[in-house]
Design a protein around this ligand. Structure first.
Ligand SMILES: N[C@@H](CCC(=O)N[C@@H](CS)C(=O)NCC(=O)O)C(=O)O
Length: 211
């Protein structure tokens, strides 16, 4: 297998964290070294990450790539083992993506000067939109008061996505992060995982606050 990335792209970092959690090491290729035609051949949308499987299939979408890697690796699944666990992971992962990751991305795009030339910015809309994340953090506080991690008593894909979203919100200083005891405990536990090193490197490279 080969993973096509750019070293400073958040969605590539997500897959790198996932690989470390699985204990997998695979060849990575910076798409900056490819010609335009080669990049288009592996993904006509020209986005990364892209996974090239041993069967020669190109898989895009970071979540789908993580699902594939989980399926082809022996051991406990980060997407859940039993039906109930898989449903919990899917539910919390989707909430985390929609209520933390997406508002963080929109906040960055609409409020940060570095994106001013790339799109028409609506900062007031983004500041309203990010209030969904405040609600989600309150829901997480309650959940984490009764469960060690979001979807199970162990780290899963749901925790990975939620942590990435919160890291984005903190990095852009989109909301004041005032975690209660349960969320604070979870943030400390997830942040301390060795797999999170590329996320910290990303924040440092952009000069952003990190958790
Ligand atoms: N939904 C896609 C989003 C992929 C995406 O937008 N990736 C960004 C980097 S995080 C990208 O490729 N931007 C263009 C580029 O860097 O060439 C995923 O989860 O993989």
């Amino acid at each position: 297998m080969k993973l096509y990335i750019r070293p400073i792209a958040p969605n590539a970092v997500k897959v790198m964290i996932f690989l470390t959690e699985l204990g997998l090491v695979i060849e990575t290729i910076d798409v900056g070294t490819l010609s335009d035609d080669e990049y288009r051949r592996i993904n006509p949308l020209k986005t990364i990450p892209v996974l090239e499987t041993d069967d020669g299939i190109f898989v895009t979408e970071s979540l789908t790539i993580c699902q594939y890697l989980d399926e082809v690796t022996d051991g406990t699944r980060l997407f859940g083992d039993s039906l109930n666990e898989r449903m919990q992971v899917a539910m919390w992962e989707r909430r985390a993506e929609q209520l933390l990751v997406q508002p963080a991305i929109e906040y960055g795009h609409h409020c940060q000067p570095m994106f001013a030339g790339a799109l028409r910015q609506f900062p007031d809309w983004a500041r309203d939109h990010v209030q969904q994340s405040v609600k989600m953090l309150a829901v997480m506080e309650n959940r984490l008061a009764e469960s060690r991690f979001l979807a199970a008593d162990r780290f899963t894909m749901a925790d990975l996505t939620a942590f990435l979203g919160i890291a984005g919100l903190v990095g852009w200083e989109a909301i004041p992060l005032q975690p209660g005891p349960a969320l604070g405990r979870w943030l400390g536990e997830v942040s301390g995982r060795p797999s999170m090193a590329p996320l910290k490197a990303l924040a440092q490279q952009f000069g952003l606050k990190s958790i």
